[in-house]
Design a binder for this molecule. Structure first.
Ligand code: MSP
Length: 671
């Protein structure tokens, strides 16, 4: 295999919110990054692997207050917990950056000032009545019945002094860059999403400071303001390496920037492929070579959340199955583009069949037979037979196949290739039947050769497994009393030293487990979690929260304005149903509105909605959407609207339609 000695490779993960303990979904990302970093090291690259914590923002300020400590104390605790989990998972990062690190703070201030001085940032303010779905300001006289004249929804008063970044100035360059670098945004579906939904419709200037809370990096020339948490967080990728906005960047920075890969979840790809490249352009720095938006790890019953009681933490999984089994589950169960589902049944099934059976048994049988028949000595007596050829062909082709998959970041598939090697070995045992050969003294040489071929195949397979399951590699190779095969030789057969004595005490690599027992232990863990969150202060229970749910709030700093409480009867008055969009068109002369014909079972209704900015009419057709259908009909832009399509929106006014998680017939009721 070709080695890349002397070449550099910089990989980063998103920095995790220090708002609570990360669940297995957040932990998946660091394990994924670790497998890629380790693979590149195996290929000879000099790797720089950075991860860390994102520690500012209103959410953290509030949590600290609830807990009765300072925000700094709060993030110190959570960052230590995140650090501990990353280490528990045996991840080989080179740098763990915290956005409260003094160097980072100073550089973010310098970056902000630089943007301001060169005219990329200007001071302005929000003012007026604001309609979040329409992202529009209105004057008193423009409101209709005190509501948005375009979509008829309530508006809120907004006025805040803020700094804005001129995003639109750089948009054409970014579009050109993305078009010229098809590999920049991966998977490709995410690239289309960014282009069509954000860049091509035109970028808004971005609000990059806040005055409504204090826990952030102060703008040093205007300390009423703190820097927007995303500008602060994104800068970690360069400050962690020693970037200096005054031009005195470190040697490390010069060596490793631009990053080869920013690995991030699908939910934050926009920040990494639009805002981050634009900030870098404004700094005059090269752009990262690739941003990969990985899918999410979810539970069979959907997203992990504390209210559903289905949050899974890495340390609990490790206590049940061990580190490498957990690494295997998350890496192997994640598809390339779609979300991966994790369940207890699946984990037990994989443990028993892939790890205990396919791999564990193979190693155990090979070592036990070597002990039984040859006192542990593995010797190549060159008594090959034609049946060996296919084994050798599969084994020597595996490294190339794995490399190919890893090149495209198809990590799960690369593991499958390695397990195909182990499966081929098991088949070889069935084909050669060593126990039958052992009965015939004349076949001793053949038996020795078969066991040699197995030891050699396992050595190659175990060596290739190192990026994904490093401890298992070590345990297998030490039992075989050999070293990891150099990557350059991973496609050559016969380098296991003939005459090596393997251990006489083969250990069980993975013990089989019974689903019932596992479920009992899971119940115990859940009970303990509940107990802990009941007893502890609210901040402690916050730690057990769904980190990503909080993260979502943190990212957008949404503050929910409480409305008056309603009774169940109030709620029951509302009739929601799933509708199928049959037709959709633009409303003439309206910038915001689309009008759809929507089927609800045996009836069709016309609904007008302010979603033109986010959806094209042709995209809407065929979609199943959730609607409120007993809303009093109203006229919008002269058209009758007989209901409302439900949509979620974040604090920046991004809107996404609510659709059923699994397919449902039109007319299905929602409660
Ligand atoms: N702090 C921001 C990132 C700033 S990067 C400059 C953030 N933090 S987070 O803690 O919410 O998420 C960290 C990473 O975990 C993100 O890439 C996010 O997409 C990922 N995941 C969150 N939940 C996940 C799953 N359920 N499954 C897989 N990845 C998940 O976003």
């Amino acid at each position: 295999m070709v080695k890349h000695t002397g070449e550099n490779y910089y990989i980063s993960t998103a920095i995790a919110y220090a708002s609570g303990k990360p669940h297995i979904g957040n932990t998946y990302e660091i394990v994924l990054a670790d497998s890629i970093a380790r693979f590149r090291r195996m290929q000879g690259y000099q790797v720089y692997f950075q991860t860390g914590t994102d520690e500012h923002g209103q959410k953290i300020e509030n949590k600290a207050e609830e807990k009765g400590c300072t925000p700094q104390q709060y993030v110190d605790d959570v960052a230590a917990e995140i650090h501990r989990i990353w280490d528990l998972m045996n991840t080989s990062y080179d740098k763990f950056i915290r956005t409260t690190d003094a160097y980072h703070v100073r550089q973010v201030q310098k970056i902000f000032k630089k943007f301001y001085e060169q005219g990329d940032i200007y001071k302005g303010h929000y003012e007026g009545w604001y309609c979040t779905p329409c992202e529009s300001f209105w004057t008193d006289s423009q409101l209709v019945d005190g509501k948005c004249p375009d979509c008829g929804r309530p508006v809120t008063r907004a006025k805040e002094e803020a700094y804005f970044f001129r995003m639109s100035k750089y948009a054409p360059r970014l579009i050109e860059y993305i078009n010229e670098h098809p590999e920049f945004i991966q998977p490709v579906s995410r690239k289309n999403e960014m282009m069509n939904n954000f860049l091509l419709p035109g970028l808004q200037d971005l609000c990059v400071s806040r005055t409504s809370f204090k826990w952030g990096i102060p703008v040093d020339f205007d300390d009423k303001h703190v820097v927007y948490v995303w500008l602060d967080a994104l800068a970690n990728y360069i400050t962690g390496l020693g970037y200096d906005a005054d031009g005195n960047s470190s040697e490390e920075y010069k060596k490793f920037w631009p990053a080869d890969l920013h690995l991030v979840g699908k939910d934050i790809i926009r920040f990494h492929t639009i805002y981050w490249p634009i900030f870098l352009m404004a700094l005059g720095e090269p752009l990262p070579k690739q941003v990969f938006g990985h899918p999410w790890l979810i539970q069979a019953d959907g997203k992990m959340s504390k209210s559903k009681g289905n949050v899974i933490y890495a340390d609990d999984l490790v206590s049940l199955f061990g580190v490498d089994a957990v690494r295997y589950f998350v890496l192997h169960e994640m598809p390339f583009e779609n979300d991966g589902v994790i369940s207890w049944e699946l984990m037990v099934e994989r443990l028993n069949s892939d790890l205990a059976n396919t791999l564990g048994n193979l190693v155990n049988r090979t070592i036990s037979m070597s002990n039984k028949y040859f006192g542990g000595i593995v010797e190549n007596r060159n008594a090959d037979e034609p049946v060996d050829d296919d084994l050798k062909a599969v084994v020597t082709a595996t490294a190339g196949r794995v490399e190919e998959k890893m090149k495209g970041l198809h990590v799960a598939d690369s593991i499958t290739e390695i397990f195909a090697l182990f499966k081929r070995c098991n088949k070889y045992i069935d084909e050669t039947m060593p126990w039958a050969l052992a009965k015939d003294e004349a076949k001793k040489d053949r038996l020795a050769t078969v066991l040699y071929n197995l030891a050699e195949s396992i050595t190659i397979g175990a060596s290739l497994l190192e990026p994904y399951m490093p401890e298992t590699t070590e345990r297998i190779l030490s039992q075989l009393n050999t070293k990891k095969r150099d990557y350059a030789d991973a496609d050559k057969f016969g380098l296991y030293e003939s005459g090596t004595k393997v251990t006489d005490k083969p250990e069980i690599l993975f013990a089989r487990q019974d689903l019932k027992d596992v479920m009992e232990k899971v119940e115990e863990i859940r009970a303990k979690q509940k107990g802990a969150s009941g007893e502890a202060a609210s901040a402690e229970s916050g730690k057990a929260d769904d980190a990503s749910a909080k993260a979502g709030e943190e990212k957008q700093e949404i503050h929910i304005e409480p409305k008056d409480e309603i009774t169940y009867d109030d709620f029951a008055k509302m009739q929601f149903a799933v509708g199928e969009v049959l037709e959709c068109r633009e409303v003439p002369k309206s910038k915001k509105l689309l009008v759809s014909q929507i089927k609800f079972g045996d009836q069709t209704r016309q609904i007008v909605s302010g979603i033109k900015k986010w959806y094209k009419p042709e995209e809407m057709v065929g979609k199943k959407v959730m609607c409120l259908i007993n809303l009093k009909p109203a006229k919008l832009a002269g058209l009758e609207s007989q209901g409302m399509i439900l949509a979620a929106e974040d604090s920046e006014g991004n809107v996404t339609l609510m659709t059923p998680e699994k397919d449902m017939p039109s007319g299905a009721g929602i409660s």
